[in-house]
Design a protein around this ligand. Structure first.
Ligand code: ADP
Length: 541
C-alpha cells in the first residue's frame, strides 16, 4: 500500500553510526587492570570499531559465525559489542567465572570460531585449549607483547591487529531478525542453555531500557555497569548508552567496595547497575570510608531480589534511590522496574518502600501473566501467586540447539515463555517474585517462599547475607534451613536466639528454621554472576 512508513531495519550498525554523527565528543571511560583510567571519545571508539570490523573480515569471520569474548567490562569489549554484530556475525560472551567443564561445553555447543580474551584471564583458557573443537584463533586484549609464553596456537594481539587496518565505513545490509549476540544462562537451575539475541531485539531493548519509566538512560547520564558484559549483554547498557549518548564507565576487574565507590565519586556516576551482592558490599564499605556518591540518581538492582533493608539503608544513609528490576537471560533481560506511579507519591514512606521492594511494573512491550499449575491465568490481586509467563519482542522464542526437549518445554504452545519464577501481581500491576519454582519449600503442606524468609533474616540488624533452602523433615515434610553471614563487626556477637524470635514475629512457628537449622558461615556461596548458589548449599546439607 502506498503512503506507508520507510522500511528501516533495526540493526546495531545504525546505533553505532548515530553515535559518531551525533555525539563524537562524548567520553567512554574504562578502568584498566593496573588501576589506571583509560578515556577516549565515541569518535575514537567509532574509528577503532571500523578497524576491528576490517580485521575480523581478514580473519575470515563470515555472517553467522560465532565470535566469543572472555573479558572484563572495558572499551575494547564495547568495540567487539558493535564490530561483530555489524558484520552480521554473532557476539558470544563467555562467562569468565564458569567452571572449566561448563566453559568447554558452551564453546563447543556454540561452535565458536574465535575467542577474544583479556590477558589477565588467559591462563584458564589456555589450559582448556585442546578441548575446544572449533576455535581457530585466540586474540589477546592487552597492549603488552602478545608473547605470553602460553601454549596457544597463533596468538594475536588486539592492538596490533587493528593498528594494521583502515577505518572503512562499510556496513553490510541484512535482515533485522539476524542473530547479533548470544549468551548462555548461568545455570543456577540446570545445564547452561543458549539464548540468541537478534539485532531487532537488541535495538528495541536498548530503547526499552531508555524509557523514562524504565531506567531512563539519557545523554545526561554517566552509567556504571557493574553487571558484567559477559552476563546478558551487561543488561543492554552498552547499546543503550551508544543509542542515547550516555557516558559509560567500565569498571574492569575490581568490582568490590572501594574501587567502585571511588569510580562513582570521581566520574560522578548518575546510574549504576549490578546484582544485590555488589551494592550490599558497597554499603558496608561506605560505613567505613566516607565517599560522595550523591551524583547517583538511581542504582539499578536485579538478578536476585534486592533486600528491602538494603533499599532502605541507601535511601536513609545516602539519599540514593534503588531501582529494583527483574529480568532473565531469556528476556534480554529487562522485564519489570519498580518505579513508583504518580498516585503512590502520597503513600507513607513504609508503603512506598514496600512497593519499591517488589520487582516492579512490566515495561512497555513486555506482556505478562501468572498461571496456576493447570496453566489458567490468575487475577492480578496481590494475593494469587503462580508461574510468571511473559512474551514480547525481546523475549526468547526458543533455546539455541537445545540438547533435550525438556529445555524448550518452557515455551508454551500459545506463545508464552514460562520463566520458572513464582510471582504475584498486585492491583497496580507491580510484580513480586515469591520464589523460583525449584526453590520453594513445602513445609506442613504449605508453600514457604525462601525469598521472603531471606529478606526477613537480612532485615535483622546483625545479618549481612542470608540464604534459605529446604531439607527433608519427617514431621514438616520439608524444613527451612538458614545459612547466614554476619556483618563483619558482628562476627562474634550474632545472637541466633534473638534472630529466631525476630523471625517468629513474621512467620508461623513451623516455618521458622530451628536453631539447629541455622548455620553461620563465612560467606554464602555465589554463582558465576554473584547470586546465592543454592545448589552448593543443598550439597553442603
Ligand atoms: P540463571 O537462571 O542462571 O540464574 P539469569 O541471570 O537469567 O540466570 O537469572 C534469571 C533469574 O534471576 C530469574 O528467573 C529470577 O529467578 C532471578 N531474578 C532476576 N532478577 C530478580 C529480582 N529482581 N528479584 C528476584 N529474583 C530475580
Amino acid at each position: 500500500m502506498n503512503g506507508l512508513m520507510m522500511h528501516y531495519p533495526l540493526t546495531i550498525d545504525r546505533i553505532l553510526a548515530r553515535a559518531e554523527r551525533n555525539f563524537p565528543e562524548q567520553e567512554i571511560v574504562s578502568r584498566l587492570a593496573d588501576g589506571s583510567i583509560h578515556r577516549y571519545t565515541y569518535g575514537e571508539f567509532y574509528t577503532r570499531t571500523l578497524k576491528l570490523m576490517q580485521a575480523l573480515r581478514k580473519l575470515g569471520v563470515k555472517p553467522g559465525d560465532r565470535v566469543a569474548t572472555f573479558a572484563w567490562n572495558s572499551y575494547r569489549h564495547m568495540e567487539l559489542y558493535f564490530a561483530v554484530p555489524a558484520l552480521g556475525a554473532v557476539l558470544h560472551t563467555l562467562n569468565i567465572r564458569l567452571f572449566p567443564e561448563q566453559l568447554v561445553y558452551i564453546v563447543n555447543h556454540a561452535e565458536d570460531a574465535l575467542i577474544f580474551c583479556d590477558k589477565s584471564l588467559m591462563k584458564p583458557l589456555a589450559d582448556l585449549e585442546p578441548q575446544f573443537k572449533t576455535v581457530k584463533q585466540f586474540i589477546v586484549m592487552d597492549d603488552l607483547s602478545p608473547d605470553q609464553g602460553l601454549k596457544l596456537k597463533g596468538i594475536t594481539d588486539y592492538e596490533s591487529l587493528i593498528a594494521a587496518e583502515n577505518a572503512v565505513a562499510e556496513f553490510p545490509a541484512f535482515d533485522e531478525n539476524t542473530a547479533a549476540g548470544m549468551c548462555y544462562t548461568s545455570g543456577t537451575t540446570g545445564e547452561p542453555k543458549g539464548v540468541l539475541y537478534s539485532h531487532r531485539s537488541v535495538f528495541l531493548h536498548a530503547m526499552g531500557i531508555s524509557m523514562i519509566d524504565s531506567l531512563a538512560v539519557s545523554a545526561r547520564d554517566v552509567i556504571l555497569p557493574v553487571v558484567p558484559m559477559i552476563h546478558v549483554m551487561s543488561w543492554g547498557i552498552p547499546f543503550a548508552a551508544c543509542l542515547t549518548g550516555a557516558k559509560p564507565v567500565y569498571p574492569g576487574n575490581q568490582l568490590i567496595g572501594k574501587p567502585i565507590a571511588d569510580l562513582i565519586e570521581q566520574e560522578k556516576v548518575t546510574l549504576a547497575a549490578g546484582v544485590p551482592t555488589i551494592w550490599n558490599v558497597l554499603l558496608q564499605h561506605l560505613k567505613k570510608e566516607k565517599t560522595d556518591i550523591s551524583s547517583i540518581r538511581a542504582m539499578v538492582v536485579g538478578g536476585s531480589a534486592a533486600p528491602p533493608a538494603m533499599i532502605e539503608a541507601y535511601q536513609k544513609e545516602h539519599g540514593v534511590q534503588i531501582l529494583h528490576a527483574w529480568g532473565m537471560t531469556e528476556t534480554s533481560p529487562l522485564g519489570t522496574v519498580a518505579n513508583l506511579k504518580r498516585h503512590m507519591s502520597s503513600w507513607s514512606a513504609e508503603d512506598q518502600l514496600k512497593q519499591r521492594s517488589k520487582q516492579g511494573a512490566f515495561v512497555p512491550l513486555v506482556e505478562a501473566r501468572i498461571v496456576d499449575d493447570a496453566g489458567n491465568p490468575l487475577a492480578w490481586d496481590g494475593k494469587n501467586s503462580g508461574e510468571l509467563q511473559v512474551k514480547g519482542p525481546w523475549i526468547a522464542a526458543s533455546y539455541y540447539k537445545p540438547e533435550n526437549k525438556e529445555a524448550n518445554a518452557a515455551f508454551t504452545a500459545d506463545g508464552w515463555f514460562g520463566t520458572g519464577d513464582v510471582a504475584r501481581v498486585d492491583e497496580h500491576g507491580f510484580m513480586e517474585i515469591t520464589d523460583r519454582k525449584k526453590d520453594l519449600i513445602k513445609t506442613r503442606g504449605e508453600w514457604l517462599s525462601s525469598v521472603e524468609m531471606e529478606n526477613a533474616a537480612m532485615a535483622f540488624p546483625d545479618v549481612l547475607e542470608a540464604a534459605v533452602v529446604g531439607r527433608p523433615d519427617d514431621v514438616r515434610g520439608e524444613a527451612a534451613v538458614l545459612f547466614l553471614t554476619p556483618k563483619p563487626e558482628k562476627k562474634d556477637t550474632l545472637d541466633l536466639k534473638a534472630l529466631h524470635a525476630f523471625l517468629s514475629e513474621k512467620f508461623a512457628h513451623w516455618q521458622v528454621p530451628k536453631l539447629t537449622d541455622m548455620y553461620v558461615i563465612e560467606a554464602i556461596p555465589k554463582t558465576s554472576v554473584g547470586k546465592f548458589d543454592k545448589k552448593v548449599l543443598r550439597k553442603r546439607l
